[in-house]
Design a protein around this ligand. Structure first.
Ligand SMILES: Cc1cc2nc3c(=O)[nH]c(=O)nc-3n(C[C@H](O)[C@H](O)[C@H](O)COP(=O)(O)OP(=O)(O)OC[C@H]3O[C@@H](n4cnc5c(N)ncnc54)[C@H](O)[C@@H]3O)c2cc1C
Length: 431
């Protein structure tokens, strides 16, 4: 048996990831007699449901983020390390971090590093169609979105102008719908009066979905309602349309080409590669197939949670959403507490409080099982829920004021293009 690093008297819990799941786990352990080390490769928690608002210049990055260190500032049993987990040695019970592979020993390990975009084997498409997961992604999308109008204003070539005013969004899930619905509003209301040579109202938004309908996680009637809302906003919704080519001048769907200088990717998720290090079975999105107490098969001391994990319940998969990540984080923490009290563990049960998606100003869909509704009421509920769940009073207040201002003035507040000089677009590749 290899040498084990010296262990402290209290169980040491290492949490990888300060997202929804990792933070929920740390908070639920606040009164436990354990020592927690939470590591994240960024210093901030991101409220991902509002990332598309940063990408479309409605909110600033700081409005939807909070320093992890600040969130856990009063929790005396928790320390925060800005570090990237590179390796997990499950035999020696250590996590290796950063370039120097410094070792962090653990008695319990909670792995919650989330997911990245999935290009389904075409990672070479990423430079031409960035996805939306991190603040850097949102800033990049915002840059490309706003730069397209700046370039359109300068060009004399009408074909190039049309291509610059065309935006393709790949993927018809909630993120694709939110991005597609936000662009026409900004183009028609916020930008229109500011450009002299280009008519921003001529913006074309095409949303491309490989499956037979958009919003597959919502009931069919609500998804149809959302598709009609998008059509009202002028978005072209293309279902049963698999992207077969992607380059700097647009996309192809079989033999058809859609010429566009700006393409965004909202089509799929791939779990963090850390899942592979746990020696457990994975599904085809790289998620760890966890036991019903969220532990990793063969390792009762390791929990995989949030977007990294997959678990079926009542014949349905627990969805990759914030409430599931929150509930899983709290549940993994309680299992550790039960272990310290020598109580048997319980089975995790996901409680679905309902699903909401917004399509644009005053348009949303809400699904609470038997109760479903759409339109302005659903939209106000969406606003309320998102403000309530933002982390930190400052963020709630600022977002409330930004939204109220934008509602009455039709302005998009954060139209910053940073690093224009240093920005190098990816090499031209024709579709
Ligand atoms: C654009 C977008 C919109 C969404 N909209 C909604 C919505 O409206 N409603 C909803 O319920 N859900 C929504 N989701 C899904 C929801 O955000 C996720 O299900 C949830 O964030 C998963 O939580 P998590 O803790 O597993 O991962 P995350 O919240 O992604 O957190 C993972 C953390 O791990 C860190 N990390 C990753 N790798 C490492 C490493 N090697 N070392 C150290 N740290 C690491 C990351 O920096 C990050 O902080 C959306 C997601 C996105 C991307």
């Amino acid at each position: 048996m290899p040498d084990q690093p010296a262990r402290p008297a209290r169980p040491r819990v290492v949490i990888i990831g300060g997202g929804f799941a990792g933070i929920a786990a740390a908070r639920a352990l606040r009164r436990a007699k354990v020592d927690i080390t939470l590591i994240d490769r960024t210093n901030h928690f991101i409220f991902q449901p509002l990332l598309y608002q940063v990408a479309t210049a409605a909110l600033a990055p700081s409005d939807i983020t909070a320093p992890i260190r600040w969130i856990l500032r009063s929790q005396r049993n928790a320390e925060v390390l800005l570090a990237e987990a590179r390796d997990i040695d499950t035999a020696r019970r250590v996590v290796r971090v950063d370039d120097d592979l410094r070792e962090l020993p653990y008695d319990y390990l909670i792995v919650a590093p989330g997911a990245r975009h999935h290009y389904f084997g075409r990672d070479d498409w990423e430079p031409y169609a960035p996805g939306l997961k991190a603040i850097e992604d949102a800033s990049e999308i915002r840059r490309r979105f706003l730069l397209a109008y700046e370039k359109a204003e300068k060009t004399e070539d009408t074909i190039e102008r049309d291509e610059l005013l065309t935006f393709v969004i790949v993927g018809g899930g909630p993120t694709g719908v939110e991005l597609s619905g936000a662009i026409p509003f900004i183009a028609k209301k916020a930008l229109h009066s500011e450009f002299r040579r280009v008519d921003t109202r001529r913006t074309r938004v095409v949303m491309v979905e490989a499956g037979p309908r958009i919003l597959p996680s919502f009931p069919e009637d609500l998804a149809q309602h959302a598709a009609r809302d998008l059509a009202d906003l002028g978005v072209e919704v293309r279902v049963n349309s698999m992207v077969t080519g992607l380059g700097s001048d647009g996309i192809s769907i079989g033999t058809e080409k859609i010429r566009a200088r700006t393409v965004f990717w909202a089509a799929g998720n791939k779990a963090s590669p850390l899942g592979k290090l746990l020696g457990a079975p994975l599904d085809n999105a790289g998620r760890v197939k966890v036991n019903d107490d969220l532990s990793v098969p063969g390792h009762p001391e390791i929990f995989a949670i949030g977007d990294l994990a997959t678990l079926s319940q009542d014949g349905r998969q627990v969805p990759g959403v914030c409430p599931a990540a929150n509930q899983e984080g709290a549940f993994a923490a309680k299992s550790i507490i039960r272990d310290t009290r020598r109580q048997p563990r319980k089975k995790f049960h996901y409680f679905n409080k309902g699903d909401l998606a917004t399509i644009g100003r005053s348009r949303a869909i809400a699904d609470f099982g038997r109760v479903k509704f759409t339109g302005r009421l659903a939209w106000f509920l969406w606003l309320f829920v998102h403000i309530m769940y933002l982390v930190g009073f400052r963020n709630r207040l600022v977002v409330f004021i930004e939204w109220a201002y934008s509602y009455f003035t039709y302005q998009a507040g954060v139209r910053l293009i940073t690093d224009v000089e240093r920005y190098k677009p990816p090499a031209s590749v024709s579709i």
